[in-house]
Write a protein that binds this ligand. Structure first.
Ligand code: SAH
Ligand code: SF4
Ligand code: F3S
Length: 430
């Protein structure tokens, strides 16, 4: 009998990829996707804990599913992702209508857990172990074939976890130790995706620059730049991207890839977090403002038109007006094409949650507003540099105004074009 699955994904691309893996695993057990939660036999909430707001959003959605479960007792509700990892059993206590809690390294066990529930061998299932010797299971070829419709862009996970322990961040505790995946697995997955019509691959990790250096895999370790070169050489791959990089170990070798690899997209997401050295130090980011700016200049010397984006936190504990001005001046110096900026948020188990001198909520809001307003102006000026230019665009779909696509520099483009254009087509647009 066909069963219906609805997955709601919060948070980052890691979670998006994990949701895809869960969907693929469950496709083998007869589950097909349902567009609406109301039609689903199984609802999975794949959660994010990065900021308090992300977690609240999830809990309020989960709370609202209580009615649904009462109405349809056969409905199964599973909680995956970083809140599941962080809260474990406590989710059952707070939300008794949940059937399954599954941690970030355990998603592959989902089919077994469901089966035990179906056979009434258990009433509830939980698996939240984090193992420092965890090996990312090789992807299963069959699973990828179940993907329909095939998208022209895919993520390939190259590492899990993070060992950086930035003072504000939950990721090292929710995703565990940094573990690099086998080169052969990565290349095999990339080649298979390309053979299935995928045009663009994004290599995923919290800290891709240290690929191969931590928790060495059972083979000759290769650097991230080497891995990038090998992936770029997969025959037929049109576009290659990666995320996320930590400035502290951004090597010259990696920068040179932007000069040498024609299919490596000229976009670099390089989170800076703050422009003040005092704040960076307290955040436990292991670079200075000066080092960051040097790296940006070097990167631009290898690839002058590279588009840069960043992440910024405003209102970190102890951030003064002068500290914040340093972030504003860094924005003026680099002139990022775009950025993601956030108000600092206390997270359970992080060191900065216990730091003194918390910044007032209102002050954080004002700083965020000021940063974002200036970024918007700069982004517009940056976009105006494209006026009259012809750029290569990969079609991603249709939009109200016609066709929607993306440039190598990661700009979304809306344009009018023939109906025959399909996702994955690469064309020049002025
Ligand atoms: N691995 C990536 C970031 C992953 S989290 C890196 O090292 O850059 C994504 C972004 O969320 C971070 O870059 C940071 O800007 C933001 N973030 C993380 N923890 C936060 C917190 N406690 N409060 C506010 N923003 C936070
Ligand atoms: Fe979090 Fe820092 Fe690791 Fe990024 S590098 S995931 S911000 S601890
Ligand atoms: Fe969120 Fe976990 Fe990603 S906290 S940002 S889903 S690694």
């Amino acid at each position: 009998m066909t069963k219906h699955l609805h997955i709601k994904t919060f948070g980052c691309q890691m979670n998006e990829r994990d949701s895809e893996i869960m969907e693929q695993l469950l496709a083998q057990c007869g589950y097909v996707p349902a567009a609406e939660a109301a039609e689903a036999d199984l609802i999975i909430l794949n959660t994010c804990s990065i900021r308090a707001k992300a977690e609240q959003k999830f809990f309020s959605l989960l709370g609202s599913l209580r009615q649904e479960k009462r109405r349809r007792p056969g409905l199964r509700i599973a909680v995956a992702g970083c809140v599941a990892q962080q809260e474990g059993e406590r989710i059952f206590e707070r939300m008794p209508h949940v059937d399954i809690v599954i941690g970030t390294q355990q998603i592959w066990r989902l089919p077994d857990m469901l089966q035990r529930l179906e056979r009434k061998e258990s009433r509830r299932e939980i698996a939240c172990g984090l193992d420092k010797h965890f090996v990312i299971p090789p992807f299963q070829k069959l699973l990828r074939k179940a993907d329909a419709p095939q998208s022209c862009r895919k993520f390939v996970t190259i590492m899990q976890g993070c060992d950086n322990w930035c003072a504000y961040c939950v990721v090292p505790s929710t995703r565990g130790r940094e573990i690099s995946r086998l080169v052969a697995d990565i290349l095999e997955e990339a080649a298979l995706l390309v053979s299935q019509g995928v045009q663009e691959i994004t290599l995923l990790g919290q800290n891709v620059n240290s690929y191969g250096t931590t928790n060495p895999v059972a083979e000759r370790p290769v650097s991230f730049a080497e891995l990038l070169r090998m992936t770029a050489a997969v025959p037929g791959l049109r576009r290659l991207r990666f995320t996320t990089s930590n400035p502290q170990d951004l090597s010259i070798e990696l920068m040179q890839c932007f000069r040498d690899l024609p299919n490596l997209c000229p976009h670099f997401h390089l989170p800076v977090q703050a422009g003040s050295n005092a704040v960076l130090r307290r955040m436990h980011r292991k670079y200075t403002r000066e080092l960051y700016l040097d790296k940006v200049a070097e990167l631009r010397s290898f690839c002058p038109n590279i588009a840069l984006s960043t992440d910024v936190i405003v209102g970190f504990p102890g951030e003064t007006e002068e500290d914040f001005e340093q972030t504003m001046s860094l924005l003026e110096t680099v002139r990022f094409h775009g950025s993601f900026s956030f108000k600092y948020s206390d997270r359970p188990g992080t060191r900065s949650a216990d730091f003194p001198d918390k910044v007032d909520e209102q002050v954080k809001s004002q700083r965020l507003e000021r940063f974002q307003a200036r970024q918007d102006e700069i982004s517009l000026e940056r976009n105006q540099e494209f006026l009259g230019k012809s750029v290569e665009v990969m079609v991603e779909g249709r939009s109200e105004s016609g066709v929607q696509g993306r440039t190598g520099s990661n700009h979304i483009v809306h344009f009018t074009g023939p109906d025959a254009l399909q996702p994955g087509d690469i064309i020049m647009v002025t």
